[in-house]
Design a protein around this ligand. Structure first.
Ligand SMILES: [Zn+2]
Length: 477
């Protein structure tokens, strides 16, 4: 293949960060804007997000939630009502100080998250046990003034959904918190093809203002972890700060129990770093904006384009199918759609038409196969499901091959020394001091206390004191 047709991508083994940047720009997912750390999500990137969003939105609604929209601005006095919350977010909020030429009487924050807006609203609309539960969700953008940024992984502004719920009892709030974490895990595994570790964050790593934070953690190709979504149980802390009370069935005033949970454009970053390879993106069929791309061969010959378009029309009722009938060379097109990670390529030329067949090529394995034209639809359906499953299995295999169990601190330190070893499972005493020491000496952080606990010893890997909790550790994005 002629070199000029290939969009060069840095090999991930040589420089993973550069590989990532090459892929997000050359696959036309994003472009940089004139504000540092803000990204333009281009049509292909946005189509990907829309598919993820649609899948999740259906699950959010199916579990009884309603979508709402809250304002972009938060008055300073509102944000500062819950002490831990403002302490957590103060360093990274963007302030609005002027409206036109006029200085505002009170500064406004561009929402970094909307807990306080929901709390204020809930305090106005919840009065009785009959008003509960309130199960609200919003799809929006938020702004956090991050110091270092990377497309999708960390940007000043990002897109997400944030669920905010209020319940009568602590038990209901806890159930909701876990239910939504499970929904996130489902979307990650079934749609994005990314295996997750579900667990609870330590006190040090939990959300500002939460009683407990739960997370799904995923492992990237380079051995670093990515926190892919979180779900928080607030207890009644926010309810007390915002006076969200209701009259319970016994006729007494009681505080509500709240949750919040969020899923962001960050998962597009996970998708790239879990499945991508040196030829570019590899997109799982269920969320691929285009599942099959038809590339006509020798399309100037009579009948080829008509045949290719007829094929496209026959597939379009149940498959997201595209066709590239531009005058670019087939080799350029092959590279382009490999770069974009389209799960299947369909080639058809004069010889194929004569023989009553087409050629299919899998993006994930590179495998090519000849298929009878009258069976192509059913074969594609089966192949798309196979690719979806194989991609998940491959990612799971990678994670398992890059998960170690460690009992000595010496081994722990060696594993992380200048490397990203993947997940390291080790016992922990529960003390913040050990977490701090581990982070300082190895750059690894506690990712979560997994729901699936196992005992690989009974002493803390760091201090040697008694330990009952197994923790996943990793260097993380
Ligand atoms: Zn310890």
């Amino acid at each position: 293949m002629a070199k000029e047709f290939v969009k060069d991508v840095t090999a991930m083994e040589d420089d993973f960060a550069k590989w990532y940047t090459d892929v997000v720009t050359k696959a036309e997912l994003v472009d940089y804007s004139s504000v540092r750390g803000s990204m333009i999500i281009r049509p292909y990137g946005y189509a990907l997000w829309e598919n993820v969003k649609e899948a999740l939105d259906q699950r959010i609604k199916a579990t009884g939630h309603e979508n709402v929209y809250m304002p972009l601005f938060i008055p300073e006095s509102l944000l500062t009502k819950e002490k831990d919350h403002i302490e957590g977010f103060a360093p990274e909020v963007a302030w609005v100080t002027h409206g036109g030429d006029e200085k505002l009487a009170e500064r406004l924050v561009v929402r970094p998250t909307s807990e306080v807006l929901f709390c204020e609203h809930y305090s106005n609309i919840i009065h009785s046990y009959r008003d509960l539960p309130k199960l609200y969700n919003q799809w929006s953008n938020v702004v956090r003034w991050e110091k270092t940024t990377r497309p999708f992984l960390r940007t000043l502004e990002f897109l997400w959904q944030e669920g905010h719920t209020a319940h009568a009892t602590a038990e209901e709030a806890q159930e909701e918190t876990i239910r939504m974490l499970e929904e996130y895990a489902y979307i990650c595994e079934e749609f994005l093809g990314i295996p997750v570790v579900k667990g609870q964050k330590t006190e040090k790593e939990k959300f500002a203002g939460a009683d407990a934070t739960y997370t799904i953690e995923t492992l990237m190709h380079d051995g670093k972890a990515l926190q892919s979504a979180t779900s928080h149980n607030f207890g009644d802390g926010f309810a007390k700060a915002f006076n969200i009370q209701y009259l319970n069935k016994d006729g007494k005033q009681a505080y509500v129990h709240q949750t919040s949970w969020g899923f962001t454009t960050r998962v597009i970053g996970a998708l790239i770093m879990v499945h991508g390879d040196n030829r570019g993106l590899v997109i799982p069929p269920r969320i691929a904006p285009t599942q099959v791309m038809i590339v006509p061969i020798a399309q100037h010959k009579e009948g080829v384009l008509d045949y290719a378009y007829a094929l496209k029309n026959s597939l379009a009722s149940s498959i997201r199918v595209g066709i590239d009938a531009s005058d670019k060379k087939p080799g350029w097109k092959f590279n382009e759609y490999e770069m974009k990670g389209i799960p299947l390529r369909l080639e058809v030329g004069p010889k194929d038409i004569e023989a009553g067949q087409v050629v299919l090529a899998r993006r994930d394995t590179g495998e090519k196969m000849t298929v009878a034209a009258d069976r192509v639809k059913e074969v594609i359906h089966v192949l798309l499901e196979t690719i979806q499953r194989d991609m998940f299995d491959k990612a799971l295999e990678h994670r398992e091959a890059n998960t170690a169990s460690v009992t000595s601190y010496e081994e722990f330190v060696t594993l992380f020394d200048g490397k990203n070893p993947g997940f390291v499972k080790a016992m922990w005493c529960g003390e913040r001091a050990c977490e701090d020491k581990i982070k300082e000496e190895t750059s690894a952080t506690s990712r979560c206390i997994p729901f699936e606990q196992e005992s690989i010893g009974n002493t803390c890997v760091c201090c040697g004191k008694e330990a009952t909790k197994l923790v996943y550790w990793a260097k993380a994005y």
